[in-house]
Ligand binder design. Structure first.
Ligand SMILES: Cc1cc2nc3c(=O)[nH]c(=O)nc-3n(C[C@H](O)[C@H](O)[C@H](O)COP(=O)(O)OP(=O)(O)OC[C@H]3O[C@@H](n4cnc5c(N)ncnc54)[C@H](O)[C@@H]3O)c2cc1C
Length: 292
């Protein structure tokens, strides 16, 4: 591994990605790299750039489908205390990109801070949530961001403030390779009110989503003014199956993987869903999940 000389402690080769995704599917990463410090990450990015190695950044793997053949190049997963920690100071929270989003939300609730409870029940990391502008009917993460710390492909860290950032439906104008962390703006509120809101969102999710099953959240984005789930449902696709992957009976925009499901099963099912919905309604469904 001359390529990553001096970085052997954090670089492994041919590492299966299935255990790192919520779908539990996916072949190996050629290089699986877990930097624990900013300077280490910068060095990894510089080496990858010099050697023309593509870089994929992995968060919690909650919005991903990894191909059965795996990923060529480097899969970088931020690790260690520095990237996973969060500090609270009055109305500001500074969190590393590898911090677990659900745990962060719970901590804000416990501290009587409002702003982030709209993210209740969204799995993954702070970095992945920012990249996806994760959220839903109750609000999204972009609403509470004050600043984002980023790193470009040359390993140079920099900060973007709220005024420079744009957040849309499951999208942002952040194009930098790595999100290092972010500052969130919250405020004090009645803890009972916050807890009630959290409970309400949990009940909603529990009643409408197939929690506890292997999936990657909503497969498709909602087309403007429409619900992808409702279109898939009306097209009669609930319960449709390819191999060990099937369309959830509870929420038609979720694909469930079971047993030894393969990415190829999921991809075939995605195509069937897309084609059927297009034929019935002339609406082309755009993917929300990312396929590697
Ligand atoms: C049961 C379930 C329910 C869900 N409900 C919702 C919901 O209500 N609303 C919603 O929006 N989503 C939902 N999702 C999808 C998923 O939770 C979100 O998209 C989440 O934000 C993904 O975060 P992650 O860390 O897992 O990112 P990953 O899946 O690992 O990656 C997603 C994208 O983010 C990028 N990324 C990750 N970390 C970084 C980083 N540090 N720097 C740069 N790029 C990075 C990746 O490269 C990739 O492009 C759900 C998923 C599941 C399984």
């Amino acid at each position: 591994m001359k390529l990553f000389d001096g970085l052997q402690d954090i670089v492994r080769t041919d590492v299966p990605l299935a255990p790192y995704t919520w779908m539990g599917i996916g072949g190996p990463a050629q290089y699986f790299i877990q930097p624990t410090e900013v300077e280490q990450l910068a060095e990894v990015l510089r080496r990858c750039r010099e050697n023309e190695i593509p870089v994929h950044v992995l968060g919690g793997g909650a919005n991903l489908l990894v191909d059965d053949s795996g990923v060529r190049g480097a899969v970088v997963k931020l690790a260690g205390e520095h990237f996973a920690s969060a500090t609270f100071a009055r109305d500001r929270i500074q969190a590393g990109a590898a911090a677990d989003l659900s745990r962060l939300v719970l901590r804000t609730v416990r501290e009587g801070l409002t702003g982030m409870e709209c993210l209740t029940g969204i799995p993954g990391t702070v970095g992945g949530a920012i990249r996806m502008n994760a959220g839903g009917a109750f609000g999204d993460i972009g609403n509470v961001i004050e600043a984002v710390q980023l790193m470009d492909v040359d390993g140079v860290p920099f900060t973007r403030l709220r005024g420079d950032l744009m957040f849309g439906y499951r999208s942002t104008n952040i194009i930098s390779r790595v999100v290092l962390g972010a500052e969130f703006r919250v405020s004090e509120d009645d803890p009972h009110r916050i807890l009630n809101q959290v409970k309400q969102i949990w009940m909603y999710k529990k009643n409408t989503q197939p929690l506890g099953k292997r999936n990657a959240g909503c497969v498709f984005k909602n087309p403007r003014g429409l619900s992808a789930g409702a279109l898939i449902d009306k097209a009669g696709l609930k319960g449709s199956r390819v191999g060990r992957a099937y369309v959830s009976e509870k929420h038609a925009n979720f694909i469930i993987a079971e047993g030894d499901a393969r990415a190829s099963d999921v991809l075939k099912l995605i195509n069937t869903m897309r084609e059927t919905v297009y034929k019935r309604f002339e609406v082309y469904l755009e993917l929300e999940i990312e396929v590697w």
